[in-house]
Design a protein around this ligand. Structure first.
Ligand code: NI
Length: 187
């Protein structure tokens, strides 16, 4: 397994639509595993392939992560992948405060469908269905499916809010770039 760099918005690669995977071969399984490792490393609950610059319909998710009384973070219990997901049913509304690994430290309320049924292919290549209603899972599935369409949660906000966040992200990217260059000079 290998860590993959998570792109920070604004980046044209995050606006690009992902393509259908179809057959789950060894390369797709490797991508699945790399994405899981990258998601856990970044302390996220979901990650879509375009966020690591790969334009394929692959999502990794684990919304069951929890920290116990001893402070140990439990990861992996709710780990699964959605390849070529399709919404089969969607109704009602649910509002949740969302964040995104590609938009660090920004959280805003987004209203999406409340009750969904999603059909997808698992890492094992089998087609299956999941149903979720008004939970982090129902939110996360729709948030990650948006990424496959080149859409981010900021696209659900007002233009003003989006521009303010974009400005902060550009500043963050400039800071990170300066740090990277500084480190290179120090070597
Ligand atoms: Ni996201």
């Amino acid at each position: 397994m290998a860590l993959r760099e998570i792109l920070v918005w604004p980046d044209p690669r995050l606006k690009q639509k992902a393509k259908v995977v179809g057959n789950v071969d060894a390369a797709v399984r490797r991508l699945c595993d790399d994405m899981a490792e990258s998601m856990y490393e970044a302390n996220g609950v979901g990650l879509a392939a375009p966020q690591v610059g790969v334009h394929q319909n692959v999502i990794v998710m684990d919304v069951q992560q929890r920290t116990d009384k001893e402070g140990t973070r439990h990861k992996g219990e709710g780990l699964f992948w959605l390849i070529d997901p399709v919404l089969k049913f969607a109704e009602s509304e649910f509002t949740y405060t969302e964040g995104c690994l590609s938009i660090p430290d920004e959280y805003e309320d987004v209203t999406r469908f409340g009750h969904i049924v999603c059909e997808f292919t698992g890492r094992d290549g089998k087609r299956r269905e999941l149903e979720a209603e008004n939970t982090l899972l129902s939110v996360c599935v729709q948030h990650e499916m948006d990424h496959l369409q080149g859409k981010l949660f900021v696209d659900h906000l007002s233009a003003l809010k989006r521009e303010l966040i974009k400005r902060r992200m550009k500043k963050l990217k400039a800071q990170r770039e300066a740090e990277r260059k500084g480190e290179a000079t120090a070597l």
